[in-house]
Design a protein around this ligand. Structure first.
Ligand SMILES: Nc1nc2c(ncn2[C@@H]2O[C@H](COP(=O)(O)OP(=O)(O)OP(=O)(O)O)[C@@H](O)[C@H]2O)c(=O)[nH]1
Ligand SMILES: [Mg+2]
Length: 296
């Protein structure tokens, strides 16, 4: 039924008909970076400009105790009750593949319903940001002013995906630390191979709590969007994303049906036993199971 709705919207030209109408923003950052606080501040800014937004979270809430959007009522006090904002709580459970697809389709539905800005939030600690990067126009990384191993790990994986970095909590005692992190990222990003011809990743300092730099950051995101539209790279990006989604759906479905295939199940325990006894390598175990599909 869900596919039917999406297909009809697509055929009626209600989704993706004009890429300049909607803006998909991926927001990632470690727990406590201030993502919820930022969404509240940026959301107000977006609404004050006469626009609207939908907020979706990707991470299954089991992996982020207490961090789910439902528990965010205090951080998104105003946004939560504003009719110009739609906030979907994190999916209750499920594995990333399913949740990611779900979220992408929810984003498309939000656009069809008239939401112009879609923020897709993820905690920047795992695989989910790659899934998010594959469904958004711009990838924004929000960082807290604390260095250390945690950030080192984040740096390596995520920096390659990033279009804009915002170092948050640029207020009070934390200003010098924010300046330091911002400078570190500015130089780290210089050594990255650019994702796009029209854009080099940029770094900003903001305070979500005190609403400092939010308007500047929003302007920067708009600049990114315009460059991407004008250069034709946004059109190309979305085209590639649709194709990727098709393939990841195929992979997902193939593996599901493979695991349920009676021929595979018939051979599974024997192959497993051989694998456990180290009589065969994982590679040949896989080959054996794959080859049973071709048996008559
Ligand atoms: N000083 C200061 N504190 C902030 C700022 N932004 C957020 N905080 C505080 O940082 C803490 C975490 O903020 P959240 O917005 O909940 O962070 P989050 O990234 O959504 O965290 P998770 O949902 O757990 O991943 C809260 O106590 C906020 O009040 C800021 O700009 N300045
Ligand atoms: Mg949060």
């Amino acid at each position: 039924m869900a596919q039917e709705i999406l297909t009809r919207l697509l055929q009626n030209g209600q989704v993706e008909e004009d890429i300049s109408k909607t803006f998909r923003i991926g927001l990632s950052g470690p727990p406590g970076a201030g993502k919820s606080t930022f969404i509240e501040a940026a959301g107000q800014h977006i609404i004050n400009e006469g626009s609207n937004l939908a907020v979706l979270a990707v991470d299954p809430s089991s992996s982020r105790t207490g961090g789910s959007l439902l528990g965010d009522k205090t951080r998104m006090q105003n946004l939560g009750v504003n009719p110009q904002a739609y906030i979907r709580p994190s999916p209750a459970c499920g594995e990333l593949g399913g949740v990611a697809r779900n979220t992408h389709e929810a984003a498309v539905l939000c656009e069809a319903a008239g939401y112009k800005n879609i923020i897709i939030e993820t905690v920047g600690v795992g695989q989910s940001e790659i899934a998010v990067a594959d469904m958004v126009d711009v990838f924004l990384l929000l960082l807290p002013p604390s260095a250390g191993d945690e950030l080192q790990g984040i740096k390596r994986g995520i920096v390659e995906l990033v279009d804009v970095v915002a170092v948050n909590k640029y207020d009070g005692d934390m200003k010098p630390a924010v300046r330091r992190i911002a400078a570190e990222y500015t130089s780290a990003l210089k050594f990255m191979t650019p994702k796009y011809k029209c854009w080099r990743p940029r770094v900003r300092r903001i305070s979500s709590l005190n609403n400092i730099g939010i308007d500047d950051l929003w302007e920067l995101l708009q600049e990114f969007r315009h460059e991407m539209i004008n250069s034709g790279e946004l059109l190309e990006l979305r085209r590639m994303q649709r194709e990727k989604q098709m393939w990841s759906q195929i992979e997902f479905s193939l593996i599901e049906s493979f695991k349920k295939n009676p021929k595979v199940l018939n051979n599974l325990s024997e192959v497993n036993r051989a694998l456990r006894r180290r009589e065969i390598t994982p590679g040949s175990a896989a080959e054996r199971l794959l080859s049973v599909l071709n048996q008559l």
